[in-house]
Ligand binder design. Structure first.
Ligand code: ACO
Length: 320
């Protein structure tokens, strides 16, 4: 048995913010942002939260899959921007949905969060530990940005995407996942510092810091490698693949990966132009949009690849 996607959903905040709007409040321009990243606008949370977007995306995925919330026995949320330290976003979503039979937990793997969550659900389903899982990527990174740092804040957007997966005979064919903690300092956001009755320190909340060019180099080197690895493991070649769904971090990263794999860019659908980088949410949002557009047909071969903070990266090969 393997793991099949049977329903998808997504949710983004109502408020869209264009590059031109950003240029009114910081020293940047549509030309600079778009030429370096492919981003023209992003949606930013006002009333929405990581939990509310995750629950909305999940509800849609459950509806589309035709299952009842009671059938879900596993919920994993890939996120690094949960609303609470505890309870987890997954437990909050469980309560919202009434998925009373599920075990629920969050998984932190930066922008690889959804992919690692999907791979984890695949392990549960393959081993028989679960039969029907809800996998979500949800982020409100706007609250973790230093809005005076134009080199990072213009890149990110908020949103959530979800997929219901079930044990089936057709679906995921192979998975690969990697981490390199020694390289993690290129993309960081500090948590609370130790402060208690023994340690008196001023509590300062820190924001996302990124060495952009280092992240760029890491991505264009490791993503093609892991895509090749997942294809080798699944006994297929790049020519067999119908769609490559990459984490939407930067259009130039995706173009470079396509070039290195010698595959037409047409096989790399993108939505970064209107959503920006939504971290763990980017792959499931893209997946849901493509499903809504009716782009996939039975038997299509899809590779998903995520990469991000940790460092973490990985790929999943599946048959639709
Ligand atoms: N508007 C205008 N100018 C800017 C902006 C901005 N928003 N941000 C930086 N600049 C300026 C810099 O100050 C610098 O000016 P200087 O030459 O006078 O010092 C100049 O632009 C060039 O800055 P660089 O940082 O060298 O710009 P670069 O060409 O590397 O592009 C970018 C930056 C877009 C972040 C690029 O490095 C990149 O795409 N990196 C990949 C990182 C990424 O995609 N991260 C996403 C999150 S990680 C993930 O999801 C895995």
């Amino acid at each position: 048995m393997t793991t099949r996607v049977i329903g998808t959903g997504s949710s983004i905040p109502d408020r869209n913010v264009t590059n031109d709007e950003l240029a009114k409040v910081m020293d940047t321009s549509d030309e600079w942002i778009c030429s370096r990243t492919g981003i023209r606008s992003r949606n930013i949370a006002v009333e929405e939260t990581t939990t509310s977007m995750a629950a909305k995306a999940a509800r849609k995925a459950v509806e589309k899959s035709g299952i009842t919330p009671e059938e879900i026995d596993l919920i994993i949320v890939g996120t690094v921007s949960s609303d609470m330290y505890y309870p987890s976003t997954a437990c909050l979503v469980q309560a919202e949905l009434g998925a009373v039979n599920a075990v629920a937990f969050d998984l932190a793997a930066g922008c690889s969060g959804f992919l690692f969550a999907l791979n984890t659900a695949h392990s549960y389903l393959s081993s028989g530990m679960a039969k029907c899982a809800l996998v979500i990527g949800a982020e409100t990174l706007s609250k973790m940005m230093d809005w005076s740092d134009r080199s990072t804040c213009v890149l990110f957007g908020d949103g959530a995407g979800a997929a219901v997966v079930k044990a089936d005979t057709v679906g995921i064919r192979s998975v690969v996942a990697h981490s390199d903690g020694s390289g993690g300092d290129v993309l960081t956001c500090e948590n609370r510092v130790t402060r208690n009755l023994l340690v008196q320190r001023e509590q300062q909340f820190s924001y996302t810091q990124m060495a952009g060019q280092e992240v760029f180099k890491f991505a264009v080197k490791m993503v093609p490698k892991c895509i090749q690895e997942v294809l080798d493991k699944g006994g297929l070649t790049v020519e067999d693949v119908d769609y490559f769904l990459l984490h939407q971090a930067n259009k130039r990263i995706i173009e470079s990966v396509a070039k290195r794999l010698k595959v037409s860019l047409d096989k790399f659908p993108m939505n970064i132009e209107c959503h920006g980088n939504t971290s763990a949410a980017s792959i499931p949002i893209l997946l849901d949009e493509l499903v809504e557009q009716g782009r996939f047909k039975k038997g299509d071969i899809i590779v998903m690849s995520g990469f991000g903070a940790g460092l973490t990266w990985g790929a999943t090969l599946l048959e639709w």
